[in-house]
Design a protein around this ligand. Structure first.
Ligand code: NAP
Length: 343
């Protein structure tokens, strides 16, 4: 077959002229172009905001969740939730490598794709298992990686399920590592979640002895977990959709002072203002959550006269896979949490 476009634009079916991520439908024919990689898929890790929406729409019925996932992929040629717009990532075995690609992979290598499922051509032949607690869907099926698609070979020093779980959110801890400076005060919303824990750990490491990391999550179970792990200096419990409550609690946890940085890793909508109000003028808000609304964040910050930098959580930053997997090697506590949850 011929060379395809390096970004996969040759597979866009509808509407014409857009990129695969924005497309409503892409071509998931599994005959690969000379610059594509064919993957025999093992499992999908559905993005948390997407899985939460699908679970709620299916009233937590596993058979209906499977139907919804199949229907989305049949209609779109990719696993992109039409409500959240988000995807997730996958692990699989390299089945075929296009003849024009000169890369460090061989047939049979196990990889995790580090580009979103929302732009990855996917065909599901069978859904063999769904694990709602960890947003994981085991399938028989195939996927394609474009020439520009990034991937990581699965490390040999940890089970693939651990690597899959961590690599899914690799952008968040890696951006945290880059944004946090010694002495900073950092508020993390959704701290007890998967990315939250990794961001707390990374932030505490980077702020050093003069900084402060405060973790916010929902419910007393989250408090107990977070306090026992020791990844935050202080834990607060509250509803991130209620900015007035969060402002009060967040300031109290930081000796009355506003924060240098807040990191939003919540998986529900309407948490923009709780991330913005506790941050000081010229501070930074990092929105990793896929449930973030640009409009709500932009107009909300303007509406309260906050001159802050707001960053969209690019799922990719240089070295993100290495930084994230290193946490699992460095921290025995983190490794145990992941081993316990993502078996
Ligand atoms: P997760 O493990 O589900 O964590 C989310 C956390 O937020 C959970 O601890 C959850 O608590 C908590 N939470 C939910 N509602 C809350 C509320 N009202 N107030 C306070 N805390 C609340 O999710 P994740 O896998 O870490 O993902 C986090 C976000 O990142 C999601 O929105 C996901 O879609 C997004 N994401 C972005 C990218 C990217 O490239 N930017 C990539 C992957 C994922 P409960 O468990 O009690 O509900």
């Amino acid at each position: 077959m011929a060379q395809g476009n390096k970004y996969g634009m040759h597979r866009v079916l509808e509407p014409k002229g857009v990129m695969p991520q924005t497309a409503v439908k892409i071509d998931n024919n599994m005959d690969i172009y000379d610059n594509e990689i064919l993957i025999d898929v093992i499992a999908l890790n559905i993005d948390s905001a997407s899985f939460t929406q699908i679970e709620e729409a299916s009233e937590h019925d596993t058979a209906r969740i499977a139907d919804m996932i199949r229907q989305i992929v049949d209609e779109r040629g990719k696993m992109q939730n039409p409500v959240t717009g988000s995807g997730g990532m996958l692990i699989g075995t390299v089945e075929k490598i296009g003849s024009d690609l000169d890369i460090d992979l061989k047939v049979g290598d196990k990889i995790a794709t580090l580009v979103s499922l929302s732009l990855t051509p996917l065909r599901i032949d069978e859904i063999t298992n769904i694990e709602p607690d960890i947003d994981r869907v085991t399938i028989k099926g195939k996927a394609i990686l474009f020439e520009s698609g990034i991937y990581a070979k699965l490390p040999e020093d940890m089970p693939e399920s651990l690597a899959l779980a961590a690599l899914d959110i690799a952008g968040a801890p890696a951006q945290t590592a880059k944004l946090v400076k010694p002495g900073d005060s950092v508020l993390i919303l959704g701290a007890a979640g998967k990315s939250g824990l990794m961001c707390c750990y990374e932030a505490k490491k980077r702020v050093g002895p003069t900084g402060r990391v405060v973790g916010l999550d929902y419910g007393e179970a989250a408090r107990e977990k977070l306090e026992s792990y020791g990844f935050c200096h202080e834990v607060i419990i509250g509803d991130a959709t209620k900015p007035i409550e969060i402002l009060e609690k967040a300031l109290a946890a930081n000796n009355g002072r506003e924060y240098d940085l807040s990191i939003n890793v919540v998986n529900v909508p309407n948490t923009e203002m709780s991330s913005i109000v506790p941050v000081k003028d010229e501070g930074t808000v990092y929105f990793f959550s896929m449930a973030t609304s640009f409009t709500k964040a932009a107009l909300g910050a303007e509406g309260i006269g906050k001159d802050i930098t707001m960053i969209i959580g690019n799922g990719y930053t240089k070295g993100h896979a290495e930084i994230t997997l290193e946490e699992l090697r460095e921290s025995e506590t983190m490794r145990k949490i992941f081993e316990g949850t993502y078996k």
